[in-house]
Design a protein around this ligand. Structure first.
Ligand code: NI
Length: 130
Protein backbone atom coordinates (compact mmCIF):
# COMPACT_ATOMS: atom_id res chain seq x y z
CA UNK A 1 0.00 0.00 0.00
CA UNK A 2 1.36 3.35 -0.97
CA UNK A 3 -0.21 6.61 -0.03
CA UNK A 4 0.14 9.83 -2.00
CA UNK A 5 0.82 13.11 -0.26
CA UNK A 6 -0.53 15.87 -2.49
CA UNK A 7 1.78 18.54 -1.03
CA UNK A 8 4.84 16.45 -1.83
CA UNK A 9 3.46 15.38 -5.18
CA UNK A 10 2.85 18.96 -6.32
CA UNK A 11 6.27 19.99 -4.92
CA UNK A 12 7.97 17.31 -7.02
CA UNK A 13 7.53 19.04 -10.36
CA UNK A 14 7.37 22.53 -11.81
CA UNK A 15 6.49 22.06 -15.46
CA UNK A 16 3.19 23.66 -16.39
CA UNK A 17 0.53 22.03 -18.59
CA UNK A 18 2.28 18.70 -18.12
CA UNK A 19 0.10 16.44 -15.99
CA UNK A 20 1.72 13.91 -13.69
CA UNK A 21 0.23 10.56 -12.83
CA UNK A 22 -0.58 10.35 -9.13
CA UNK A 23 -2.73 7.20 -9.02
CA UNK A 24 -4.59 4.76 -11.24
CA UNK A 25 -7.74 2.82 -10.53
CA UNK A 26 -10.21 1.01 -12.74
CA UNK A 27 -8.52 2.32 -15.89
CA UNK A 28 -8.98 5.83 -14.63
CA UNK A 29 -6.28 8.11 -13.34
CA UNK A 30 -5.76 10.89 -10.86
CA UNK A 31 -3.48 13.37 -12.58
CA UNK A 32 -1.88 16.46 -11.09
CA UNK A 33 -1.20 19.55 -13.14
CA UNK A 34 0.16 23.05 -12.72
CA UNK A 35 -1.59 25.43 -15.04
CA UNK A 36 -0.93 29.05 -15.94
CA UNK A 37 -2.18 31.05 -18.90
CA UNK A 38 -4.36 29.68 -21.69
CA UNK A 39 -4.43 26.13 -22.93
CA UNK A 40 -5.58 24.95 -26.38
CA UNK A 41 -9.25 24.48 -27.24
CA UNK A 42 -10.07 20.79 -27.41
CA UNK A 43 -12.56 18.09 -26.51
CA UNK A 44 -12.41 14.44 -25.49
CA UNK A 45 -14.54 12.21 -27.69
CA UNK A 46 -15.15 9.43 -25.21
CA UNK A 47 -14.19 10.75 -21.81
CA UNK A 48 -15.71 12.97 -19.19
CA UNK A 49 -13.02 15.01 -17.45
CA UNK A 50 -13.04 16.17 -13.84
CA UNK A 51 -11.15 19.29 -12.76
CA UNK A 52 -10.63 19.92 -9.06
CA UNK A 53 -8.78 23.08 -8.09
CA UNK A 54 -6.49 22.55 -5.15
CA UNK A 55 -4.73 25.89 -5.19
CA UNK A 56 -5.30 29.06 -7.17
CA UNK A 57 -8.18 29.60 -9.54
CA UNK A 58 -9.12 28.13 -12.90
CA UNK A 59 -11.61 29.23 -15.53
CA UNK A 60 -12.94 26.58 -17.86
CA UNK A 61 -14.24 28.14 -21.05
CA UNK A 62 -16.72 26.54 -23.42
CA UNK A 63 -17.65 27.11 -27.02
CA UNK A 64 -19.61 25.51 -29.78
CA UNK A 65 -17.07 23.84 -32.03
CA UNK A 66 -19.47 23.98 -34.99
CA UNK A 67 -19.75 27.73 -35.03
CA UNK A 68 -16.16 28.23 -33.90
CA UNK A 69 -17.28 31.17 -31.81
CA UNK A 70 -16.21 31.75 -28.27
CA UNK A 71 -18.97 31.11 -25.84
CA UNK A 72 -20.50 33.96 -23.95
CA UNK A 73 -18.56 34.69 -20.74
CA UNK A 74 -21.54 33.57 -18.69
CA UNK A 75 -21.06 30.07 -20.04
CA UNK A 76 -17.58 29.88 -18.59
CA UNK A 77 -17.06 28.34 -15.17
CA UNK A 78 -14.54 29.70 -12.70
CA UNK A 79 -13.35 27.23 -10.13
CA UNK A 80 -12.02 28.45 -6.80
CA UNK A 81 -9.92 26.39 -4.41
CA UNK A 82 -11.79 23.30 -3.36
CA UNK A 83 -14.25 23.47 -6.25
CA UNK A 84 -14.61 20.95 -9.04
CA UNK A 85 -16.32 20.54 -12.36
CA UNK A 86 -17.01 17.66 -14.72
CA UNK A 87 -16.71 18.49 -18.41
CA UNK A 88 -18.78 15.93 -20.31
CA UNK A 89 -17.30 14.02 -23.23
CA UNK A 90 -17.48 15.83 -26.53
CA UNK A 91 -17.76 19.32 -25.05
CA UNK A 92 -15.26 21.78 -26.48
CA UNK A 93 -13.35 23.45 -23.63
CA UNK A 94 -10.28 25.47 -22.76
CA UNK A 95 -8.77 25.77 -19.28
CA UNK A 96 -7.44 29.24 -18.48
CA UNK A 97 -5.47 30.21 -15.39
CA UNK A 98 -4.95 33.94 -15.65
CA UNK A 99 -4.52 34.76 -11.97
CA UNK A 100 -1.16 33.01 -11.58
CA UNK A 101 -0.48 29.34 -11.34
CA UNK A 102 -3.26 26.95 -10.42
CA UNK A 103 -2.73 23.48 -9.00
CA UNK A 104 -5.34 21.16 -10.39
CA UNK A 105 -6.28 17.54 -9.86
CA UNK A 106 -7.76 15.77 -12.87
CA UNK A 107 -9.73 12.54 -12.85
CA UNK A 108 -10.34 10.80 -16.15
CA UNK A 109 -9.44 7.62 -18.06
CA UNK A 110 -5.69 7.02 -17.94
CA UNK A 111 -5.28 7.19 -21.71
CA UNK A 112 -7.11 10.49 -22.05
CA UNK A 113 -4.77 13.02 -23.65
CA UNK A 114 -4.48 16.47 -22.16
CA UNK A 115 -5.15 18.10 -25.53
CA UNK A 116 -7.96 15.71 -26.44
CA UNK A 117 -8.69 15.69 -30.16
CA UNK A 118 -5.93 18.23 -30.87
CA UNK A 119 -2.32 17.29 -31.49
CA UNK A 120 -0.11 20.17 -30.38
CA UNK A 121 3.16 21.04 -28.68
CA UNK A 122 1.37 20.62 -25.37
CA UNK A 123 0.25 17.06 -26.08
CA UNK A 124 1.63 14.64 -23.51
CA UNK A 125 1.62 10.99 -24.55
CA UNK A 126 3.36 9.42 -21.60
CA UNK A 127 2.78 10.88 -18.17
CA UNK A 128 5.49 10.83 -15.55
CA UNK A 129 4.58 9.42 -12.20
CA UNK A 130 4.86 11.61 -9.16
NI1 NI B 1 -9.69 18.52 -21.57
Amino acid sequence: MQKVNLDSAFDSFEEQWSPRLAAELNEQAVKLAKLEGEFVWHHHDDADELFLVREGRLRVEFRDEETDEDAAPSDDVTLEEGEMLVVPAGVEHRPVAEWGEAEVLLFEPTETKNTGNVESEETEDELERV
